[in-house]
Design a protein around this ligand. Sequence first.
Ligand code: SF4
Ligand code: SF4
Length: 392
Amino acid sequence: MRVIKMTEKTIQIDMALREHFLSKTTYTPSECYSCGTCTAVCPHNELKPEGEKLNVRQILHQAQIGVEPDSLVWECSSCKLCEVRCPREVDIVDNFIAIRNFQIENRRIPGEFENILWNILEESNPMGEAKADRGKWMKDLDLVDANTNQVEVLFFVGGPESYDGRLQEVARDMARIMQKAGINFGVLGKSEPTSGEAVKEAGEQAYLEILLKRNVEIFNKTGEQAIIPLSPHAYDIFKRLYPEYGLEMEVIHYTEFLDAMVREGKLKFTKKVDLEVTYHDPCYLGRYNDIYEQPRDVLRAIDGITLKEMENSKENAICCGGGGNKIYTDIKNEERLSNVRVIEAGKTGASQIVTSCGYCIQNFEDSVKTTNTDMEVKDLAEIVALALGVRD
Ligand code: SF4
Ligand code: SF4
């Protein structure tokens, strides 16, 4: 390690960090001209009480010159707002993951993140729920086992949606919708693997590669033409990373699939749903994948729905705070991003916050209670199931 003497203080330059960072980040930080926009827009810096700032620009520059970055890099919820506002198109989130990766390789990882990785290794889900229980969300639904039957579409349920009682309702509604539409689909049940998204966000590159190779083999072996994940986080990694490892099926988010089914006339809404709703754009669907209109079009197609927009919507949507594995870690601030979002949703006068991500639902369910906001939290699939008359 080389030590450079400065006039005011001594900083340590770690050349291994510098080389690692440069090799993993396609050099985009060199485009940065230090405007500070990223730090200014980071929603975590708006939370009360005002504490240590997530100084995005500083963290990037520290890594760039080989100075051990601030541990606050683990507080980022990977919402991508800084990135879409950056005038120099710096890949800030990927850079942060590269920093986490360096810290992991040097055995510096927050305990909560270490637990997530152990849980995935042992039980194939970040929460550490029993692998054998993964298929229990199906209960009495009569679904085709895609491990042993050739179907057209593989429905990928995801970890939180398989185990969490609230999110299981969403998975069950989506299954009923596809049954009603006559889709030839199947599920992997208890042998469904973790998507690897939580491993990627933790920066555990070596394990991620092993996991993606194994998952691609599992998925390709089913011979299905398309995979339809519920989670925007699973969707993003399937879409962006899995093809590099040989995935041979089309990746379609369930909101895109619902929209396509409506357009093709496969979903006939028979029930009027008299509700005023506001739609929250999950970061990994909106800013990551430009899926803004499809879920809104589905809502617009339902008789009785009035759609109201929040002040910050689409590209400007405020993150629920759950990405980057933050859904699995303790909240350090007194205020939560999901509280800010729920209060904003309440100002529209709508009675329902509709979204299409399990993390958002979990965070918003907590926040409507703690902020005393008189709203219900719903997934898009639940509204569609109501309009089709297939809900319990
Ligand atoms: S917004 Fe982009 S250019 Fe401005 S400081 Fe941040 S990374 Fe650099
Ligand atoms: S991705 Fe979001 S949370 Fe992370 S630094 Fe950027 S603005 Fe902040």
